[in-house]
Design a protein around this ligand. Structure first.
Ligand SMILES: [Fe+2]
Ligand SMILES: [Fe+2]
Length: 171
């Protein structure tokens, strides 16, 4: 679907999920010549933009309309993923002996998180839909912010993620 086609918030967010799933699949099959590194960077960029638009626009709109625990868990799952994203996007790339493992674990975390958002009936999206959120208006806001962030991150790199639910951890 072309970027300019207006679509509702859930359709847009689900489309992002499919894009990232596809990139993870390509990563699994890729080898050599920095191909994996390139794909990993693309995954980190997509996920950073996606997490930001959800946290800035979609999740706040869900406040008070969906199960509170589910929404809180979503923020924590984002934060957990951001730690790996920061590692992968600014790390040593393919020369890190744990590089593939980090991407794999990120993929597993995201699969779980996407399931929580998309689950039929009781998932976050289903609850938001049932609560009657204005998905067309939200879709427009998400699309505009997504375009803006993608351009910035492509130009200046993926920023250090901001954690919402935990302090910086020193280990
Ligand atoms: Fe999502
Ligand atoms: Fe999310």
């Amino acid at each position: 679907m072309p970027e300019s086609t207006p679509r509702d918030a859930i359709a847009l967010l689900k489309e992002d999920h499919r894009t990232v799933e596809d990139l993870f699949e390509q990563f699994e099959k890729a080898s050599g010549d920095g191909r994996k590194e390139k794909l990993a960077q693309q995954i980190c960029l997509e996920l950073s933009v996606h997490a930001t638009i959800e946290e800035e626009i979609f999740y706040p709109a869900c406040e008070g309309k969906v199960e509170e625990d589910l929404l809180k868990e979503s923020y924590v799952e984002h934060d957990a993923a951001k730690i790996l994203i920061a590692q992968i996007s600014s790390g040593a790339g393919e020369s890190d002996e744990f590089f593939d493992s980090k991407v794999k674990v990120l993929q597993e975390e995201i699969e779980h998180h996407v399931e929580e958002e998309e689950k039929r009936m009781e998932g976050l999206f289903a609850q938001a839909r049932k609560a009657g959120l204005d998905m067309d208006a939200l879709g427009e806001q998400l699309a505009a912010r997504k375009a803006e962030l993608t351009e910035t991150y492509k130009a200046t790199g993926i920023p250090k993620p901001e954690l919402k639910t935990m302090d910086e951890v020193a280990v």
